[in-house]
Design a protein around this ligand. Structure first.
Ligand code: FES
Length: 183
C-alpha cells in the first residue's frame, strides 16, 4: 500500500513538475522579445527590390521610412535644383546612389510638427496636410512651414543593401555637408 502511495506521490510530483516547466516555458516565450523587436535597432533593405517612382513605406525604430527609386525625369529635376538646407549642394546629393539607381530614403515625418506627409504621384511631390507643407520628390522642402527637407536616417551602404541605424561613410558625409540633421 505504501509502495503504491509512494508511486502515486512520485507520479503526481512529476506531473506537477512538468506543469511548472510548461508554465515557465510559456512565461519565457511571453517575456522574450519577438525577433522583430530584437532587430528593431537595425533595418536592412535591399534597394534593388524597389521600383522606379513607387513610394514604399518601411519602418525603422517605429518611424515610417519613405523609400523611392528615382525615375529619369525626377533625377533630371533634382540635378538642377539646389538643396534648400545646404550651401550650394544639388538636391541630388540627398539621394543614395546604389547599383544602377538613385534612391530617396527619408524619415516620413514632417520636419515642421511631425505629421506624415502623403506622396502625390501626379505631381511627384509630397504634401503635408497638417499645415500645407510640401516636399520635392527627393523629400527636400518645397513649401514652408517645414524648416528643412525630410531627415535622412543613419545608414550604411553595402552594394545595394542599406542598414538603417548604422552610420556608413556616405551618411557621415551627408551629415558633415549639412544635407541632413542627425535623427
Ligand atoms: S506638420 Fe507638416 S506642415 Fe505642419
Amino acid at each position: 500500500m505504501s509502495d503504491r502511495r509512494d508511486f502515486m506521490g512520485m507520479a503526481l510530483g512529476a506531473f506537477t513538475g512538468l506543469g511548472a516547466l510548461g508554465a515557465l516555458y510559456a512565461a519565457k516565450r511571453t517575456w522574450d522579445p519577438l525577433p522583430s523587436v530584437k532587430a528593431a535597432g537595425f533595418t536592412k533593405l535591399d534597394l534593388k527590390n524597389y521600383k522606379e517612382g513607387e513610394l514604399v513605406t518601411e519602418v525603422w525604430r517605429g518611424k515610417p521610412i519613405f523609400v523611392m527609386k528615382m525615375k529619369k525625369d525626377m533625377l533630371e529635376k533634382a540635378k538642377k535644383r539646389e538643396d534648400s538646407t545646404a550651401k550650394g549642394h544639388k538636391d541630388i546629393e540627398r539621394l543614395i546612389k546604389a547599383g544602377d539607381g538613385y534612391y530617396m530614403v527619408c524619415v516620413g515625418l514632417c520636419t515642421h510638427l511631425g505629421c506624415i506627409p502623403g506622396y502625390r504621384p501626379e505631381t511627384e511631390d509630397f504634401l503635408c496636410a497638417c499645415h500645407g507643407g510640401q516636399y520635392t520628390e527627393t523629400a527636400d522642402v518645397k513649401k514652408a512651414p517645414p524648416p528643412r527637407g525630410l531627415d535622412i536616417p543613419p545608414f550604411k551602404l553595402e552594394g545595394t543593401v542599406i542598414t538603417l541605424g548604422e552610420e556608413g561613410p556616405e551618411y557621415k558625409k551627408m551629415l558633415a555637408d549639412g544635407i541632413t540633421l542627425p535623427v
